[in-house]
Design a protein around this ligand. Structure first.
Ligand code: AMP
Ligand code: MN
Ligand code: MN
Ligand code: MN
Length: 283
């Protein structure tokens, strides 16, 4: 049986392909009963998604996925049950939005050096009012005919060492966790299997995250393999962290997994939603 809860996905407010309303309707059609919207660095879709979820009789959780720099790496911290009106969190995310705009200009300069013109304007047209992400550049490059698909764009242009890649300083781990917590939310390490952390850094991250108030890690996510579900269930247990679950859905053909297809948490995990009123609607 696939899980009927999904605590990680994206709308057009960041780099997803569906509007908040379309995303909720899609989740409902896929059998999701409890949904968190977790756009990158932006909480602008939450009230729209909540309204749509109410219309479909679904439980809705406010969420956000914050980009963080830790030991020269970019990590993602999901905040669940955040308060979108908490001013310090809003202000910090506004600053990230501006930082993303500055980064996008530098990315476009890098791409111009290899003969790709107009990518800032192109990516901005893709983003509309949303934050500027690498995904918007990728879509522009595909649409303009430079590259055949998004996956290839990332490999050729947008990852470290490639012309469109720009090193960027995001929030610190402590800042992100503190803002999430102080807004009333729960901090979760997103897709920990994706960071290429070695034997030293993985436990160090878990320890530091726990010390600054982090409470859970994603055990089941669209980008983990079943052996990783077991690996991270064990790590969660070792570090007294709860477990979360989410597809990381961005749109049809865009993500590792469709919504409503994701496995349930391994039996020995403590679900992050264990004490939540919303979680009581799962059975
Ligand atoms: P940014 O936060 O602007 O650096 O953009 C990161 C986003 O790009 C991620 O959230 C993914 O949605 C997307 N992304 C990263 N790597 C890839 C990849 N190899 N293929 C497709 N999308 C990717
Ligand atoms: Mn994304
Ligand atoms: Mn992520
Ligand atoms: Mn995500």
């Amino acid at each position: 049986m696939p899980a009927t809860i999904d605590l990680h996905c994206h709308s057009t407010i960041s780099d997803g392909l569906y509007s908040p309303e379309e995303l909720v309707a899609y989740a409902h059609a896929q059998g999701v009963k409890v949904l968190a919207l977790t756009d990158h660095d932006d909480m602008g879709g939450l009230s729209r998604a909540r309204r749509a979820a109410e219309q479909h009789g679904m439980q809705f959780i406010n969420g956000v996925e914050i980009s963080v720099t830790w030991k020269k790496r970019t990590l993602h911290i999901v905040g669940l049950k955040v308060n979108p009106d908490y001013a310090p969190l809003k202000a910090a995310l506004d600053a990230v939005k501006q930082g993303r705009l500055d980064r996008a200009k530098l990315m476009a300069e890098g791409l111009e050096k290899v003969g790709i013109e107009g990518s800032f304007e192109g990516a901005q047209a893709m983003a509309g009012n949303s934050i500027m992400t690498r995904s918007h550049f990728a879509r522009f490059l595909v649409e303009a005919g430079y590259v055949k698909d998004v996956k290839t764009v990332f490999k050729k242009y947008l990852v470290k060492g490639k012309p469109g890649f720009v090193e960027h300083e995001w929030m610190t781990l402590e800042e992100a966790v503190t803002l999430i917590k102080d807004s009333g939310g729960v901090a979760v390490i997103a897709h920990p299997g994706r960071y290429d952390l070695g034997r030293t850094n993985m436990p160090l991250l878990m320890h530091q995250f726990r010390m600054c108030g982090g409470e859970a890690i994603e055990v089941v996510t669209g980008s983990h393999t079943p052996p990783q579900y077991s690996q991270f269930a064990k790590i969660a247990h070792q570090f007294s962290l709860k477990s979360s679950l989410g597809s990381d859905f961005h749109g049809p053909g865009m993500s590792y997994m469709a919504m409503g297809r994701i496995a349930e948490l391994p039996a020995n995990c403590i679900p992050v939603w264990q004490d939540w009123e919303e979680g009581k609607h799962l059975n």
